[in-house]
Design a protein around this ligand. Structure first.
Ligand SMILES: CC(C)(COP(=O)(O)OP(=O)(O)OC[C@H]1O[C@@H](n2cnc3c(N)ncnc32)[C@H](O)[C@@H]1OP(=O)(O)O)[C@@H](O)C(=O)NCCC(=O)NCCS
Length: 177
């Protein structure tokens, strides 16, 4: 349980944060596996090297940001850029998760605005996916100024059930989808 009298801080994760990052992401996937692009069992089996490598990334601008209440990681969100020269202008917002106790306040909005400010330095377009059943997240992204450019049909299959995902878009060149 977070201690709300402690300050809220936002910073880029470092490899030393890999354990906290793993624990938070696994908690998020277990809570709602249909909101995330990988099952908890796969991520758990891959272990800490997977989480450390995501923090480091492979492309300039790849990053994972964390929201910290005091020293405790309470939210995460990442930016991923494709390696291809024809796709590198398009970054993906991924792995967005804020613990239930921190929802409904400033934490998630400030975290994602931090990632947006980071992303606009590297990409023309920020994109992402939100599962169509996730009405709360969809409303949250709308409020932050994301548009929606279509549906990824049956993008996830969780426990034998298919889930469509809305495609989120924020265009830093000034054009809206
Ligand atoms: C998505 C997430 C980061 C958003 O953070 P949050 O603190 O919950 O978001 P906020 O409370 O600021 O905004 C939620 C909005 O949805 C609304 N909302 C809440 N429950 C809702 C529901 N069941 N249906 C529709 N809208 C809902 C809220 O009223 C608010 O809208 P408003 O600002 O117009 O009042 C957080 O809920 C989370 O981590 N969820 C679990 C993981 C997840 O869904 N990740 C996203 C994967 S794409």
């Amino acid at each position: 349980m977070p201690e709300f009298s402690l300050p809220l801080r936002f910073r880029r994760l470092e490899t030393a944060d890999a354990t906290a990052f793993r624990d938070l992401r696994l908690a998020g996937i277990r809570e709602n596996p249909e909101y995330f692009g990988a099952p908890a069992a796969e991520e758990e089996a891959a272990g800490l090297p997977l989480f450390a490598s995501r923090i480091v990334g492979t492309q300039e601008g790849d990053a994972v940001y964390g929201a910290f209440r005091g020293d405790v990681l309470v939210g995460v969100a990442g930016l991923f850029r494709p390696a291809s020269g024809t796709m590198r202008h398009r970054g993906t917002l991924w792995g967005v998760y804020v613990i239930p106790e921190e929802r409904g306040g400033e934490t998630a909005e400030r975290l994602i605005r931090t990632v947006i400010d980071h992303a606009r330095q590297y990409v023309d377009v920020l994109t992402g996916h939100v599962t169509t059943t996730n009405a709360r997240a969809r409303r949250f992204y709308e409020r932050l100024g994301f548009g929606f450019s279509g549906i990824e049909y049956k993008n996830l299959k969780v426990n034998g059930r298919h889930f469509d995902q809305d495609i989120l878009v924020m265009d830093f060149t000034g054009n809206a989808p």
